[in-house]
Write a protein that binds this ligand. Structure first.
Ligand code: MF3
Ligand code: CO
Ligand code: CO
Length: 284
């Protein structure tokens, strides 16, 4: 695998892994903070009766007001400011006049591009009271993302992130989705490498300081298999079981990683700098 200094190459996907310096970290902190703030501010609006199109419009407005552009808008023909994935939708749900109902679980995935840098983050929202089993799927998915993040440090490989996620999922009978993965990002929205959310450990590209990645595991309450609907985007569980996802954007540091997209609540609970498997990032 080739590694290049991001400052010396064009901001396009080339297959090589870009290594960023302090300017990149600063740009990603700002974009990541905006993504987190948008997701924080949406929470009060994810209630029974709201349409996903209304939420999409809010994402658009919040990004615009901050001087950012939703990177999804116009991306490969996708014409919305975020993805909103309800219940058995795994990812890439398209905002519409669909109304949210009590008891549903919803992922909202936002990607503001601010001064050229991409903050990519998603989280789960419960619409009113949700079944215990749905809440457990959400909680395990969050813990799985954080376990993957705790394994994101120099010396480890991409496969170690996936292995940590699989280990965390452990005895829970949830399927880890293989059809979609995390990715490099920075000035490019989807860049090398692919971040698969399963092992084996010790495989794949080595993690080096300056790499920017997303970790965005999707867990299904049933089998891991997905299919994409005829709209070309909406991915659903084949067995129609519920699905959950969380996503953070991170940068590999000398000792571990920095999470660029921490929510306000996480900022009180988790250090943005995570160093080892026993750091507080793993104990959420
Ligand atoms: N935000 C998604 C990701 O995590 C990508 C969405 S692409 C879109 O990588 F076009 F569907 F928005
Ligand atoms: Co995303
Ligand atoms: Co992503």
């Amino acid at each position: 695998m080739a590694y290049v200094d991001a400052a010396t190459v064009p901001a396009v996907r080339s297959g090589a892994i870009k290594l960023h310096g302090p300017d990149g970290f600063e740009g990603m902190r700002r974009a990541g903070r905006l993504a987190a703030d948008i997701l924080d501010r949406l929470a009060a609006h994810v209630v029974p009766g709201v349409t996903t199109a209304a939420l999409d419009a809010m994402v658009h407005d919040m990004a615009s007001e901050a001087g950012a552009v939703p990177a999804s808008l116009g991306y490969n023909g996708y014409m919305h400011s975020c993805c909103i994935s309800i219940n058995h939708v795994v990812c890439h749900g398209i905002p519409s006049d669909r109304v949210l109902r009590e008891g549903e679980i919803v992922n909202i995935d936002v990607t503001p591009r601010l001064d050229g840098w991409h903050g990519d983050s998603s989280r789960m929202y419960a619409v009113g009271d949700v079944p215990v089993k749905a809440q457990r799927l959400i909680d395990v998915t969050y813990a799985a993302m954080m376990a993957g993040i705790a394994a994101a440090k120099p010396g480890n490989r991409i496969g170690d992130i996936g292995h940590a996620i699989e280990r965390l999922v452990g005895e829970h009978r949830f399927g880890v989705v293989r059809d979609f993965c995390g990715h490099g990002l920075g000035r490019v929205f989807h860049d090398a490498p692919e971040v698969v959310h399963v092992g084996p450990p010790g495989t794949g590209p080595e993690l080096r300081p300056g790499m920017f990645l997303t970790i965005e595991p999707m867990l299904n309450a049933g089998r891991p298999n997905t299919k994409t609907l005829s709209d070309g985007w909406t991915a659903v569980t084949r067995d129609r079981s519920l699905s959950a996802q969380f996503e953070h954007s991170i940068g590999i540091t000398e000792t571990g990683c920095e999470i660029f997209t921490l929510s306000a609540a996480e900022r009180g609970r988790v250090s943005s700098l995570t160093c080892t498997q026993d750091s507080n990032a793993a104990k959420t």
